[in-house]
Ligand binder design. Structure first.
Ligand SMILES: [Zn+2]
Ligand SMILES: [Zn+2]
Length: 148
């Protein structure tokens, strides 16, 4: 399949490569709209689907229900901050040597590992910021106050 270069594809490809946050289609639509007024959410979805079909990007669902798009098509794994939702690429040593046990008649094609936790920015955020970004703010606020 040849890569037909349309302005929409070029724009979305560039937006994806400019960020490392693995944005959703909605987030990309917002970014794209500011640079290409009039572009529709439907076009953004279609363009992302086309790019994924061409192997130009990967898509992941990290359990939030929203598909996130990733221009990094190398085999890699992810760090997911459960507080702010940021996603970072990592290359974990030995992950491709994980094997499923023999009881399953199954051939593994790929292994994606998501390490869930909290990013440095969230851990270091002041208490006021934390209550803004966290959904369980009351427990965190109490914990932070008793420390200081
Ligand atoms: Zn975070
Ligand atoms: Zn990634």
């Amino acid at each position: 399949m040849g890569l037909k270069v349309t302005p929409q594809r070029q724009l979305l490809f560039r937006l994806l490569h400019d960020t490392s946050t693995h944005p959703t289609a909605d987030a990309l639509f917002e970014l794209a709209s500011s640079q290409m007024p009039g572009i529709s959410l439907r076009t953004v979805y279609q363009t992302l689907t086309d790019l994924a079909a061409m192997g130009e990007l990967q898509s992941f669902d990290f359990g939030s229900g929203a598909t996130r798009f990733d221009p990094n098509v190398d085999a890699h794994h992810h760090l997911l901050c459960t507080t702010c939702g940021d996603v970072a690429d990592i290359y974990a040593e030995g992950a491709d040597r994980l094997r499923v046990d023999d009881q399953h008649d199954f051939v593994v094609a790929s292994t994606d590992i998501v390490f869930r936790g909290e990013c440095g920015a969230c851990r270091n955020a002041p208490a006021a910021d934390r209550s803004r970004i966290s959904t369980s703010s009351s427990t965190i606020e109490t914990a932070t106050r008793s420390q200081s």
